[in-house]
Structures are given as structure tokens and as C-alpha cells.
Write a protein that binds this ligand. Structure first.
Ligand code: HEM
Length: 174
């Protein structure tokens, strides 16, 4: 069991300053919520094509424009951005954060059978795309605060996966 817990090492809680930096920078990103969400998910699927395997409607699509216009992709982008918005709005409310992570984690583990590694990969992609799209907003300090938040999200999701008895070998992706 010990070997399984390294990814559950929780980052320290966000400081007040980090919370404010995240909320201020998110406000700019959220103004362009749909574009930013689609850019993030397209980057995920282009750079890590195996992450497409879970999406019935575009798992075989490679053309970037086709990916961008896929309604299943756009819908998921919207859902991801909405969930992130709820998290950012609730940074002061640990219970709310835990409940969002629980429902996202459970759905992806049990219903969608998504390997949790993709949540870690997605965190890196979010940072990369936001840094490129909003270089003035995402200063190194702001980037560091986001890194911490996204690590918290990932460890929270990984804990839920463990709680529901996630087993890599039971995926249907084969
Ligand atoms: C912060 C990260 C993420 C959030 C907040 C998120 C959120 C959501 C939400 C709210 C739904 C719809 C409700 C549901 O069916 O449970 C959903 C569906 C789904 N998610 Fe995610 N998701 C995230 C990451 C991922 C990743 C990394 C993958 C796979 C690589 C993934 C694959 C899916 C799939 C396959 C569905 C079903 C899509 C459909 O039925 O059209 N999600 N996600």
C-alpha cells in the first residue's frame, strides 16, 4: 500500500495571498471561458492522444479543426471550466472543494473509467495553455499558486479513486 500513497502527499494549504492571486487571474481566464476550455482540451488530446480513448465521438479524430468543433469536446471543455470555476470560487470552503472533487473523481473512476494519470497530465496542460494565453496574468508567482491548486485537485481526485477501489486493470479501454 505504501508505494501507492506517494501521489497522495497533499500540498500545503493555499495561503491567503495565493488564493487572491488565483481568483484574480481566473477572473481574466473565465471571461474567455469557452475559448480557454477548448484550447486546453484540444492541447490535451493533441499532445496526449491516448487521452481521447474515453470519448466515443472523437477518439479517432486527429485533425485539430475537427477536434475544436466536436460537440462532445466542447461540452466537456465547458464542464471542466465550470467545475474549475466552482473550485476557484470556493477556495475558502474546504468542504465544498472536497465535495466537487468527490463527485468529479467518482464519476470519472466509476462511470467513465478514466485513468487518474490523465488528471495529472491535464494539470500540466492547463498551466501551459494559461501561461501562453495570458502571459501578463500568469507571472511566475501566479503560476506557482496555480501549480499548488492543481496539485491539490489531483491529490484530492487520486484519494477519491483510491476510496472507490480504482483498479487500472478493470478499465474497459483494453
Ligand atoms: C479537472 C478535470 C475534469 C473535470 C472537472 C471534468 C468534469 C466532467 C464533468 C462535469 C462531466 C459530466 C458529468 C459526468 O458524466 O460525470 C465529465 C464527463 C466526462 N469526462 Fe471529465 N472532467 C475532467 C477531466 C477529464 C479527463 C482528464 C478525462 C479523460 C482524459 C475526462 C473524461 C470524461 C469523459 C469521457 C466524460 C463523459 C463524456 C460524455 O459522456 O460525453 N474528464 N467530466
Amino acid at each position: 500500500m505504501q508505494g501507492e500513497t506517494d501521489h497522495l502527499e497533499r500540498p500545503s494549504p493555499l495561503t491567503d495571498k495565493e488564493r487572491v492571486m488565483i481568483q484574480d487571474s481566473w477572473a481574466k481566464v473565465y471571461e474567455n471561458c469557452d475559448d480557454a476550455g477548448v484550447a486546453i482540451l484540444v492541447r490535451l488530446f493533441v499532445n496526449f492522444p491516448s487521452s481521447k480513448q474515453y470519448f466515443s465521438q472523437f477518439k479517432h479524430i486527429e485533425d485539430v479543426e475537427e477536434l475544436e468543433t466536436s460537440s462532445q469536446l466542447r461540452k466537456h471543455a465547458h464542464r471542466v471550466m465550470n467545475a474549475l470555476n466552482t473550485l476557484v470560487e470556493s477556495l475558502e470552503n474546504a468542504e465544498k472543494v472536497a465535495s466537487v472533487l468527490k463527485s468529479v473523481g467518482k464519476a470519472h473512476a466509476i462511470r467513465h473509467k478514466v485513468d487518474p494519470i490523465y488528471f495529472k497530465i491535464l494539470s500540466g496542460v492547463i498551466l501551459e495553455v494559461l501561461g501562453e494565453a495570458f502571459p501578463q496574468v500568469v507571472t511566475p508567482e501566479v503560476g506557482a499558486a496555480w501549480t499548488k491548486l492543481l496539485a491539490t485537485v489531483y491529490t484530492g481526485i487520486a484519494a477519491v479513486y483510491e476510496e472507490v477501489g480504482w483498479n487500472k486493470n478493470s478499465t474497459s479501454s483494453g
